[in-house]
Every structure is written in structure tokens, then in C-alpha cells.
Design a protein around this ligand. Structure first.
Ligand SMILES: [Zn+2]
Length: 331
């Protein structure tokens, strides 16, 4: 595990939890929510570390030097458990939660806390979520669950209602700009902020993973497909050379923009403000309901991918669907 990052936009949430901790009123389950790219997982790791650290400083930060901190940083602390999908984008299965339940009833070292971080909690499959619910209904002493989710609406209400919710809003743009400093080039900063919804860590991710370029490529490719300059097989082959999630996420952003423009929300914040005119002509002549249908297919593809479905085949379906809806008079 890497050293827990502290982020300036976490200050208020951190303070509130440290006050509760100091008063021995820490809830046994927390749900950290907010848009992606705010470092909620970092917050969870920092919290887990401070709960086992024997010498936290006045601000409630872990010391980083005690035996417990060293075990945490080495990723071998016996009382901290991080539960995540076996591969990114896949579901968290019941076995992982059963393991958690079994460990949560054991006493922690030195009578301290046992901390379980589930990230992203909304990727638990139904059986896993049901198993977790049982643990939430009968919490073990000195054991704390930290659920992290950018999509809390995907969690069962019964789970949400048993957690104390800690919200992470997008920080003011000024703070994000200050924090980014030289990390994002000035000439691209506005575009990066737009495409990442203003979430600071997403700005970095967008830059690293080339989200702006992906958007430009997709806009051009969808337009070429619409004008029958290339066929679905060629485009599928092209998409196959890029990471699947990059293409799929890029398509979702383009579609969201197309739908906003088709709804006449000309003043709306687009993911790609710099591509407004290209997107406007791309969406020309395509019915709004077809755009919604296409968007539904993208969301469905996302879900299917998390259940091991064949990626290239999904992309081919998507390309064919676009060809169909962009045909003059097509649906
Ligand atoms: Zn320490």
C-alpha cells in the first residue's frame, strides 16, 4: 500500500470524523460518497491507518513511523483489510465478503480496531451485498467498515441506511487549479476540468489517459461511420487497438454531449466544449430517442463487461447500432 495521500478538499470531512473518533463515537459503518476523482479511496486508507496508528499527531494524522504504521505502509497490517474486485471493472463476489465476516469477529491486535475498506462498494454482486448486510445488522465490536462508492444509488437501500454517509462534493474550481499547479498544461486546463467534471484527481487521470484525444478520435470516427466512409468492421478493428474502457467511457461522454445538444441545452456544460460544433453536426438528423437508445446500449455494455462478456463483440454491436441510427430516417 502506498502512503496515504492527504488532499486539501478532505479537510472538513476528516475533521468531523476525527472529532467523532476522539469522542469514541465513531460509527461502525461509513459510506464515503461523491463523484469519482476526489480521492475517497485515499481518505479511506488514511482513516484505516490512523485507527491503528499508536501515535497520531494533533491533526489526527497517522505518524507514519510507529510499528503499526510501518505494517500498514508495507501492506501487511493484520487488522486492515481492503476488499476490491479481483480485476478492475469486475464484481466483488460473496467469498470476499464471507472472509470479511469471518475476520470481523476476531479481536484486533492490542484491543485496537479492525478496519475493512470495500472499494468500490457498488461493485458487490447481489449475493455479496446480502452477506454484507448481515454483518451490518450485527456489527462486531471494535470493527469498522468503510464503504467507498461513486454510485451509492447502486447499493441496496438497506445497506445505505445502516451506514453513516460522508459526502465529498466537487471542490471549487479555484482550489482545484491551485492544487493542480503545473500538473496540467494551462492551455488544456479548461478542457480537462470540463471533461473531468472538476474533480482534481480525474483531471490528472484524464490527462494521463488521453481523454481529450479519445473524444476527438471518437467524434471523427462516428462521423466517418455516419457518412459511410468506413464500415463497422473497420471501426471495431480500430477501437480494438485501444483500451476497451477508454473507448466505452469516451463513447458515453460523447453521447451525453450529443443528448444535451439535441435537447437544446446549448448553455449546458459539455464534456467536450471544444468539440461543440463537431458534435452538433454529428448529431444532426439523428432522432433524440435513437440517441437515448444508443446511450442505453452503452450502459448495458458496461454492465456486461463487468460480467466477463466478450469485449470486441460488444464494440461491433455498438458500431452497428450507430450505423443504424445515423442512417437517414433510421432508428
Ligand atoms: Zn503510526
Amino acid at each position: 500500500m502506498r502512503e496515504s495521500d492527504t488532499h486539501p478538499w478532505h479537510a472538513e470531512q476528516w475533521h468531523r470524523i476525527m472529532v467523532a473518533h476522539g469522542a469514541l463515537r465513531l460509527p461502525h459503518a461509513l459510506l464515503l460518497t461523491g463523484p469519482p476523482g476526489l480521492g475517497k479511496g485515499d481518505f479511506a486508507r488514511r482513516l484505516a491507518q490512523v485507527l491503528v496508528c499508536v501515535n497520531p499527531n494533533e491533526q489526527g494524522d497517522p505518524c507514519g513511523a510507529c510499528g503499526a504504521c510501518r505494517l500498514v505502509l508495507a501492506g501487511t497490517h493484520p487488522d486492515l483489510h481492503f476488499i476490491q474486485p479481483e480485476e478492475p471493472g469486475r464484481m466483488i463476489k460473496i467469498d470476499a465478503i464471507r472472509g470479511l465476516t469471518a475476520k470481523s469477529v476476531l479481536a484486533a491486535q492490542d484491543g485496537g480496531y479492525r478496519v475493512f475498506v470495500i472499494d468500490p462498494a457498488d461493485m458487490m454482486n447481489r449475493a455479496a451485498a446480502n452477506a454484507l448486510l448481515k454483518t451490518l445488522e450485527e456489527p462486531a465490536k471494535r470493527s469498522i467498515l468503510v464503504l467507498v462508492s461513486s454510485h451509492p444509488d447502486r447499493l441496496p437501500a438497506t445497506i445505505r441506511s445502516r451506514c453513516q454517509i460522508v459526502r465529498f462534493p466537487v471542490p471549487p474550481a479555484r482550489l482545484v487549479r491551485d492544487w493542480l499547479g503545473q500538473a496540467a498544461p494551462e492551455e488544456e486546463l479548461d478542457q480537462l476540468l470540463a471533461i473531468s467534471g472538476g474533480a482534481p484527481l480525474r483531471v490528472l487521470q484524464a490527462r494521463e489517459q488521453g481523454w481529450l484525444e479519445e473524444g476527438r478520435d471518437l467524434c471523427r470516427e462516428l462521423s466517418a461511420l455516419k457518412r459511410r466512409q468506413i464500415n463497422p468492421l473497420q471501426i471495431t478493428e480500430e477501437w480494438g487497438k485501444r483500451p476497451l474502457t477508454s473507448v466505452l467511457d469516451g463513447l458515453k461522454r460523447c453521447l451525453t454531449d450529443l443528448i444535451k445538444l439535441a435537447n437544446g441545452l446549448s448553455g449546458a456544460m459539455l464534456y467536450h466544449p471544444a468539440l461543440r460544433e463537431d458534435l452538433q453536426s454529428l448529431g444532426q438528423g439523428i432522432e433524440l430517442k435513437s440517441l437515448y437508445g444508443f446511450n442505453d446500449q452503452l450502459l448495458k455494455a458496461d454492465r456486461e463487461l463487468s460480467h466477463n462478456l466478450n469485449g470486441p463483440m460488444l464494440l461491433e454491436h455498438i458500431a452497428n447500432r450507430w450505423l443504424q441510427i445515423s442512417r437517414p430516417g433510421g432508428h
